[in-house]
Design a protein around this ligand. Structure first.
Ligand SMILES: NC(=O)c1ccc[n+]([C@@H]2O[C@H](COP(=O)([O-])OP(=O)(O)OC[C@H]3O[C@@H](n4cnc5c(N)ncnc54)[C@H](OP(=O)(O)O)[C@@H]3O)[C@@H](O)[C@H]2O)c1
Length: 243
């Protein structure tokens, strides 16, 4: 006689799903790969479709790549439809960002159009995308991870446009955390990373001493896996200390 217990068939289990913006390169690409390795299905975006396809290729699990600009309401709606089609959303990573004007101008000379664009990409779009996805995130007891910067809290000359936008994203995150008690809200500074954006901030300089984005992925996986309390984090403080 077969003594194994017979488990009644329930509805098919839907894997946890994460939506990562700006996932075609840099930190977003590394985070997407890390989450895929942890068993997440993914919804990914970036504007350049070819780069996004290349980043999505070969990742384990179900990956839905939708090219578009997060400042475009129709694109954000397409991302939300993909999350609804997936049946659940456990994590939204608002990672896509812009440095704004480069070389970094002083605020006295900051082109106002570039300033407005920095706020559109770094603040308005992540808030608008979060609004669309909150119902799914509430339903799953999910989380929002907003990628910010030390420039949000430190006064570096030249970083006023980017820093003011990141500061606004930080305070929006802080208020969201107070309002959405069923959802974790983290806003996190990854630290300096060897990426295109960082190179844009230091044109012509050798940035090869900056760590690769992959090095901070374990910090963010820890945040997610341990479901740490809502709040501001620095990747460096979440990583194990190495000698
Ligand atoms: N690198 C650092 O040292 C550092 C330090 C602190 C914080 N951060 C933050 O970390 C995040 C990632 O930065 P990164 O250094 O990895 O930058 P990156 O290498 O320039 O990558 C940015 C990603 O976002 C996408 N993106 C940019 N604008 C977009 C838009 N409007 N709509 C959709 N996708 C868009 C880019 O693809 P497309 O160009 O194809 O759209 C790319 O996939 C940013 O929020 C940044 O502020 C970075």
């Amino acid at each position: 006689m077969n003594k194994r217990s017979i488990v009644p068939e329930g509805p098919p289990r839907i894997p946890p799903t994460a939506l990562v913006t700006g996932a075609s390169r840099g930190l977003g690409r590394a985070l997407a790969a890390g989450l895929a390795r942890e068993g997440y299905d993914l919804i990914l975006d970036a504007r350049n479709a070819g780069d996004l396809r290349a980043a999505a290729a070969g990742l384990p699990g179900t990956v839905t790549a939708i090219a578009g600009d997060i400042t475009d309401a129709a694109h954000r709606a397409a991302l939300a439809r993909a999350a609804q089609a997936a049946g659940r959303l456990d994590l939204l990573v608002n990672n896509a960002g812009t440095l704004g004007a480069s070389p970094l101008p002083a605020l006295a000379d900051y082109p106002v159009g570039e300033l407005r664009n920095a706020f559109e990409v770094n603040v308005v779009a992540p808030i608008a995308l979060t609004q669309l996805l909150l119902p799914l995130l509430r339903a799953s007891g999910g989380a929002v991870l907003n990628i910010t910067s030390d420039a949000a809290v430190e006064a570096y000359a030249g970083w006023g446009g980017y820093g003011a936008a990141k500061a606004a994203l930080e305070q929006a995150s802080n208020v969201l955390a107070a309002e959405e008690l069923a959802v974790r809200v983290w806003w996190a500074d990854p630290g300096d990373l060897r990426t295109d954006m960082h190179q844009q901030a230091f044109p012509g300089q050798d940035i090869s001493d900056r760590p690769r984005p992959e090095t901070v992925v374990p910090a963010f996986i820890r945040l997610v896996a341990q479901r740490l309390p809502s709040g501001r984090y620095r990747a460096a403080h979440l990583l194990p200390v190495t000698s």
